[in-house]
Design a protein around this ligand. Sequence first.
Ligand code: ADP
Ligand code: MG
Length: 379
Amino acid sequence: MHKINKESFFRHNLFDIKTQVKKPVYFCNMIEDKNTSKTAISELGEFGLIDHLTKNFKITQETTIKSIGDDAAVMNFKNREVLLSTDLLIEGIHFDLSYMPLKHLGYKAVIVNLSDIYAMNAIASQITVSIAVSNRFPLEALEALYSGIETASKLYNVDVVGGDTTSSRTGLLISVTAMGSEKKEKITYRSGAQANDLLVVSGDLGAAYLGLQILEREKQVYQVNPNNQPDLDQYSYLIERQLKPEARKDIVTLLSDLDVKPTSMIDISDGLSSEVIHLCKQSKVGVDLYEDKIPLDPQVISTCEEFKLDSTTIALSGGEDYELLMTISQDDYLKIKGNPNLTVIGYMTEESSGMHLVTRADTKIPLTAQGWNAINDQT
Ligand code: ADP
Ligand code: MG
C-alpha cells in the first residue's frame, strides 16, 4: 500500500509557499492568480517557446538517436518489438484547472501514457508531447506544465523526443505519445487469458475516483467562498491518487524478477469491471471475481462509509487507478503468493460460464461494465 510521503512532490506543491501558510492550498488558478508574474507567450515566438520549454530535457536512452530539433525523432530499437500508445487530454473534459495544478497535469499526462506501455509488460523509453494553448495561458503556466512533464520523464526514465505546439481558441489540449520496446516473447496482450488462470491486480482500487468526488465537492464550496481553503487531510491519499497518479513500472520489473509472465494484462483506467470484461472478451473466457478480495485502502473504506457509498461499486466503476490487472497461470501462484503488491481477486472460467461477481454473501451476480448496476440490483 502506498504511504503518503509528507515531503512528496504532491504535498509540497500544494503548499502556498509565498504566504508560508503550512496548510495545503487545493484551489488556486495560476492563470487568474494576480500574484504570479506573467509573460505573454507571444514575447518568445513559437520557436523561442519550444526552445525555452524543452531546454532542460536530457537524453538518457541509448535507443534515442535523434531527439528534438529535426523534422522527426530517430530511434533504434534493434530487433525488439516497438510499442506505441497515445492519449489526448482536453480541458473541461479530462481535467479542471481550478483544482488540477498545471505541474500535476503535465505529470499525469505522461503517467497515463506510460501506464499503457507497462500494461503490455514492456518498458517505455521515449515520449512526445503536443500542446494547443490559448493566449489566456502565460509562459509561467506552460513552465509549470513542462516541469511536471520533466519530473515524470526523469522519474520513469523516458526521453522527451519531440512534439508539436499550436494555438487554441479557448482551452488547453495536451497529447502525449509514449514509445517503448520489448522482446517479442515478453509482450502481454489482453487476449491470452485461459480458463483457470488467476485474476491478479496490483495496488488498491477506487481511491482516484473518490479523490475526484472530494475535489468536485470542495470546488462548489470554494466557488461560494474563495477565501476558504478546505482541510482535506483525511482524504490525502485519495486526492494524491487523483492529482498525482503513478504508473506501475515497478510491477513490470517485479514480474520479470519473479519470472512470471502474465497470460494477459491491461491497465485500469476505466474501472475494474470494465477492464475485467475487456480481458474476458478478448481472451474468450469467463470470470469469477470475488468481492471480498478487492484491495481497498483504509481511506477508501472510511470515505465510502462517510458518503454512504458502496466501496465495491467504487472499485468496480471508479477508474483512473492506473493499476495493472493481469491473469497468471496457476503454476505461477507460489511465485506471487504473499507479495504485498499483488492481490488475487478471482479466477478465469470457461467462456460459457459467463462473467460474475461473487458477493460477500456468496451469491453470484453478472458483472456489467458499470459494476454499479450489478450492485444496485443486489440491494
Ligand atoms: P515542424 O514544423 O517540423 O512540425 P516544429 O517547429 O513544430 O517542427 O518543431 C521543432 C522541433 O521541436 C521538433 O523536433 C518537434 O518535435 C519539437 N517540438 C515542437 N513542439 C514541441 C513540444 N510542445 N514539446 C516538445 N517538443 C516539441
Ligand atoms: Mg510542428
